[in-house]
Design a protein around this ligand. Structure first.
Ligand code: SF4
Ligand code: SF4
Length: 428
């Protein structure tokens, strides 16, 4: 551990012993899951570096930005518009929530039957192990599912800088009006925090930076349609995860450079797995860092993940923001339109999500779909039943997996995933 980083973590009042423990878990998970893969594109070296410095260099960069007067805003959800944050010369970082930590303490604040994602956010705070949470000038919570909505009431007592955004649950005119009001309120709050008035030029610049980042990910996704798959689902997931906390311009360049490499692989018919590997589409709850359990199981059981219908994946990145407006009002309308299309399961009814899954099945030609739900996540678990039925009616093989962040069910999950992959192989 570099002495400079230690001092930096101390200045953020992290619990150094607990933080070392978290870094050990992260490092071991990364070695066992990522470094053990074969035929990885060379460009993944960049992401390996980012992961190795996730609590080091990246935090130092953010601390330097803060020292230069820029603000850092943390978010838990893809509904927080990065365009507005960048327009105020601030930085948006995702607060990951992908591992269990300090669970005993968490259960003093939240019921046991709360989803692992919400518990993880609390665990990172209570365990004092997340530098991103500690350095953020503003933490944005959003009223999406009931679990999050109520958890933010409690989180508000644990942090001094929580800003809660209300979100619609119905895609109606009233719903859009609510989103509009909330995004304008958020813009005001970000302007006040950053001490910067957002004009059309600034907002346009923010839109372009985020659109470029999304376009790079779209390019990566399109390359995954190739047979054999030129990149593993684990590596693509990593790129989708790093989307949330790397510098956006550098991220865009790095993803584009991997894409250059993948294009050559495709020309040479060079796959990351053999051509006959069963192609899997994952759909459901977000998979924040370091939640790699299910993708790892799939890709060590004869499958390759070719797409993610997920907030850490296509649900979060698929639409661009229209950049043709010339006033702040017009550009804000474009931002609102773009985010109002996100098909999170908190919406009711939510036919767009099923349409999106079916569209992805047409595009990525998976042999089967795995519906991934976190235990106790009502929106996605409830939606998975009609989704499974609708996909089966279209003769698309489906497996429903409900799990959490613990490692206890690995054996059982592996058996189920292997059986599913064998079944679709026979049916091929
Ligand atoms: S699943 Fe819904 S609530 Fe969760 S991050 Fe995605 S959009 Fe936000
Ligand atoms: S939508 Fe589901 S996974 Fe996301 S926070 Fe709510 S309960 Fe957890």
């Amino acid at each position: 551990m570099s002495e400079d980083y230690k001092k930096m973590w101390e200045s953020l009042e992290l619990d150094l012993a607990a933080h070392d423990e978290l870094l050990d878990i992260l490092g071991k998970g990364y070695r066992d899951i990522y470094s053990a893969q074969k035929n990885r594109p060379q460009g993944m070296g960049y992401f390996d570096f980012v992961m190795s410095e996730v609590h080091g260099l990246r935090i130092k960069e953010l601390m330097d930005e803060k020292a230069a007067g820029r603000k850092v805003i943390g978010s838990f959800c893809v509904f927080v518009p990065e365009e507005i944050v960048l327009a105020a010369d601030a930085t948006l970082v995702g607060l990951c929530s992908g591992a269990d930590f300090a669970m005993e303490e968490v259960e003093n604040y939240l019921p046991r039957n709360t989803c692992a994602l919400i518990k993880s956010a609390f665990g990172f705070k209570l365990g004092k192990v997340c530098p991103y949470l500690e350095l953020a000038d503003m933490i944005v919570g959003e009223n999406t599912c009931d679990g999050k909505k109520k958890a933010y009431e409690t989180l508000n007592n644990l942090v001094s800088n929580l800003y809660v955004m209300d979100l619609p649950q119905v895609k109606s005119t009233e719903g859009r009006n609510l989103l509009k009001t909330e995004y304008w309120r958020f813009k005001d709050a970000v302007e006040e925090l950053a001490g910067i008035k957002i004009d059309s030029e600034r907002l346009l610049k923010g839109i372009e930076i985020v659109n470029n980042k999304r376009k790079a990910i779209h390019r990566l996704s399109a390359l995954r349609k190739a047979v054999p798959a030129p990149v593993s689902g684990l590596d693509a997931l990593l790129a989708n995860q790093v989307f949330f906390y790397d510098n956006p311009v550098r991220f865009t360049e790095s993803v584009n450079s991997i894409c250059d490499e993948l294009e050559k692989r495709i020309q040479n018919r060079e796959g990351v797995f053999p051509e006959k590997t069963q192609r899997i589409l994952i759909s459901g709850c977000p998979m924040a860092v370091p939640n790699w359990k299910l993708p790892w199981i799939i890709e060590t059981s004869g499958g390759v993940i070719v797409g993610e219908e997920s907030c850490v994946g296509e649900r979060g990145t698929r639409n661009l923001t229209d950049n043709t407006g010339s006033t702040v009002e017009e550009l804000m309308e474009a931002v609102i339109d773009r985010y109002f299309k996100v098909d999170c399961a908190i919406f009711t009814p939510n036919p767009d999500r099923l349409d999106h899954i079916v569209e992805m099945v047409g595009d990525y030609k998976p042999d089967g779909v795995i519906l991934y739900g976190l235990q106790f996540c009502q929106p996605y678990l409830m939606e998975s039943m009609p989704t499974e039925k609708a996909l089966e009616e279209k003769n698309i093989p489906v497996l429903r997996i409900d799990t959490d962040y613990s490692m206890e069910d690995i054996g059982q999950l592996k058996t189920r995933v292997e059986a599913f992959i064998e079944l679709i192989r026979i049916g091929d």
